[in-house]
Design a binder for this molecule. Sequence first.
Ligand code: NAP
Length: 485
Amino acid sequence: MTDKKGVSVAIIGAGAAGIMAAIKLRDASISKVSVFEKEDDLGGTWRDNTYPGLICDIPSHLYRFSFAPNPNWSHTFSPGSEIYDYVRAVAEGNNVEKLITYNSQVTKLEYNNTKWRLETTKGDQGEFDIVISAVGILHHRVYPDIEGLASFEGDCFHSARWDHDVSLQSKRIGIIGTGSTAIQIVGAVIDDVEKLSLFQRTPQWVLGVPNTEVSEEDKAKYRDYPEEMQSLYEWLAEALNNGFAAAVVGQNEEALATIQNSCQQNLDENIRDPELKMKLTPNYSAGCKRLIVSDLFYPAISKPNAELVTDSISKIEHKGIRTVDGRLHELDVLVLATGFDPHRFLADAEIIGRSGRTLNEAWSKGNYAYKTICVPDFPNLFFLGGPNSPIGNFSYLLTAETQFAYIEKLISLIRDGKLSEINPKTDITDVFNKALKGAMSNTIWASGCQSWYFDRFGNVASWPWTFDKFEEELSEPKLADFHAA
Ligand code: NAP
């Protein structure tokens, strides 16, 4: 396989998906691969998040690239730092770090005559035949719009910008939020702090899965017998993809009932105080918000130095948080575990397509794409983790690899000189998105709750079908769905 045309590809983002794409493009003999990364390091979410207790709640043996199985994962759910080390080792082992330009945020992309001109904060980077966005989903931090936030005199930071210079030892710490992040932090810091106040707006269902250490014996087995590790991968994939993930899209009622019962049982068995239990009981179905996985949270929030604050926050003052009941919760450290805006993608860049319209204009009434991959009138621009990608329930690495395999088939048409422009048809894209919206009503997300899955128009950002359907849809590009020139 040779690159007859001398194709150039720009990848935006050096997180896990961007690294994977760079490796695979180089292996596909693409002549020029350049990765532009806005920060000074690779790793994406695993670089940004370093808070205490950070783990990935997708089992580690499922959270890996197919071409880089890892027999050395330390836990069922390995710590964030270990995943960061894994992504770095994969990049270094495959010699792609040299392709990355750091501190270079893409500010403008303009399409003209089958080429994208690309500008970053470092200036004009020239023209590329193809651009792949691998910017990730959970990285535009959300700061709460609460009166007086700036007046707080203690230490205050977002969970994705953890300040490791601030000691929590014997401090009064406040945490706003009860998402996956906050729940992990609570479990990790409770024994260090004098007092922990968790400000809860909405309670969460929590699945109490223990995070067991992988024995040295098992690691040796996975090293010596890779087929054993592959069997574990397949077992986990089946359990997650056909169990949990099928349940939340309305395809496995039994699994959904099991999840609900397991969460209820976890609550019943671990929270004895009836008032605390009432406060921690959600009024929506398990799985509607992103399910929390933790066996540490309930024991931690039950400790004498923990307080679950359910009165709404009225404002933040220089000494702490004042709730609507008039009480001032005095704090030394305030952690904003208030999540991310997953709908922004490349919103900070000006992206001008073939009709002169920008991507922000095209997406002004909500993000959409053809099969999560590409957008009409933005030819040769492909997304990993694009609109309505399966997020939340699957390994993102598997999602991104599945998307890349499809994109690679399209790129190979350009590499082999068969086409120079690949642009999805508008009517076909509309049909896809109409079906997608129709399918949303069968999902648990439509059952009544609020979460980051929803955009400001009330659209759900996730994939409403099974993972099998995702793989099927992306198995082979249908060229009739594209204007191909
Ligand atoms: P999140 O799930 O969006 O949670 C944000 C929390 O902040 C919610 O409890 C929200 O309350 C609360 N909040 C936001 N604004 C507020 C305000 N103005 N006043 C009071 N409360 C406010 O964010 P996250 O916990 O960072 O998690 C985001 C996603 O990242 C997860 O769902 C998961 O997909 C991923 N993640 C994964 C792992 C992992 O183990 N793999 C770990 C961490 C995160 P409401 O619920 O009322 O909106």
